[in-house]
Design a protein around this ligand. Structure first.
Ligand code: G3H
Ligand code: 13P
Ligand code: ZN
Length: 330
């Protein structure tokens, strides 16, 4: 058993309390390799932002559980070497079983999500409460979820949103003891969050998706005062990066994300964790495609993964400074 404190990590509790009262959100960036980890740490050091390093079940399988433990510890030490003591959380994204959550906690995670949102309400309560009881013995924080996001999540695909029902949130939090709650208010996973026909064209000819359901968020905030809320599926799918991917041989069609001003608004509310994965994938892919297409003789991975890392770092800095508001919050 490795306790996260021995790795220099923190749980999310104190970070969320500060974010709630400061009107900003902590970035939760998914990672599974060294370049992503370097980009995250460098961006957070330069902006002085706390961060949640987020690992899905698929990413854990890809990277290896032991390597991840040392990478997280490495992230803490790397930030210190760069001169800033960045508070770093290692979080399981979309845990789907008690066993997976327990295993992550044993390997040094400081926070886990148990996503029981595909189960019935009572099964979700039962599973989430079991994870909370185990996790809290070790000081590990737990995120639960109510409502179902449309889109692709690991191998699970949901066609439609099932918005979180505000009438359920107090009971869920009281019965499970979760530290934060992921809600469904119109975001979704992946790069194709909306179909073009769901959007309207604005004066600049840009497709504008339907707004998030801030009315549901406000109702939840009333029922759960001062309680940390989490927004998944919050990538904005930057169109300049999508254009680079498509220019250099990619085929991202109808890729539409959440407008950044909606996320900025959410970050000022009780939403204190915002999950971003797809935008990072897009930024890396754009850089790699451009290099491989424009320098076909290049075969040193550092020559395309290096620029991918730099592009990713620039994206993260932009999110931290201009969208989430978490810069200078250490
Ligand atoms: O919510 C899903 C995340 O983007 C993780 O995706 O399961 O492909 O690693 P993944
Ligand atoms: P995106 O696909 O919008 O980046 O969402 C990521 C996410 O919610 C990870 O849990
Ligand atoms: Zn998610």
């Amino acid at each position: 058993m490795t306790n996260y404190k021995d790795l220099g990590l923190v749980n999310s509790r104190e970070l969320f309390a500060k974010a709630l009262h400061g009107g900003y959100a902590i970035p939760a960036f998914n990672f599974n390799n060294m370049e992503q980890m370097q980009a995250i740490v460098q961006a957070c050091v330069e902006t002085k932002s706390p961060v949640i390093l987020q690992v899905s079940a698929g990413a854990r399988k890809y990277a290896n559980q032991t390597l991840l433990r040392y990478m997280a510890q490495g992230a803490v030490e790397y930030a210190k070497e760069l001169g800033v003591n960045v508070p770093i959380v290692l979080h399981l994204d979309h845990g789907d079983s008690f066993e997976l959550c327990r295993s992550c906690i044993e390997y040094g995670f400081s926070s886990v999500m148990i996503d029981g949102s595909s189960h019935t309400y009572s099964q979700n309560v039962e599973l989430t409460a079991k994870v909370v009881e185990y996790a809290h013995q070790y000081g590990v924080s737990v995120e639960g979820e109510l409502g179902v996001l449309a889109g692709v999540e690991d191998d699970v695909i949901a066609e439609q949103h099932t918005y979180t029902q505000p009438s359920e949130v107090e009971d869920f939090v009281a019965k499970t003891g979760v530290d934060s709650l992921a809600i469904s208010i119109g975001t979704s996973h992946g790069a194709n969050k909306f179909k073009p026909e769901q959007c309207t064209l604005n004066a600049e000819g840009i497709l504008v998706p339907p707004p998030l359901r801030f009315d549901i968020l406000e109702e939840i905030e009333k029922r759960l005062p001062d309680f940390p809320i989490v927004l998944h599926g919050a990538s904005s799918v930057p169109q300049d990066q999508v254009a680079i991917i498509n220019k250099y041989g990619g085929a991202l069609k109808d890729a539409i994300g959440i407008p950044e001003e909606q996320l900025r608004r959410a970050a000022k509310s009780a939403v204190c964790k915002i999950n971003i994965d797809s935008d990072g994938r897009i930024a890396m892919t754009a850089a790699v495609r451009e290099i491989l297409a424009t320098k076909p003789a290049e075969f040193d991975p550092r020559k395309y993964l290096g620029p991918a890392r730099d592009n990713l770092k620039a994206l993260y800095m932009h999110k931290i400074i201009n969208v989430l508001g978490s810069a200078n919050r250490i």
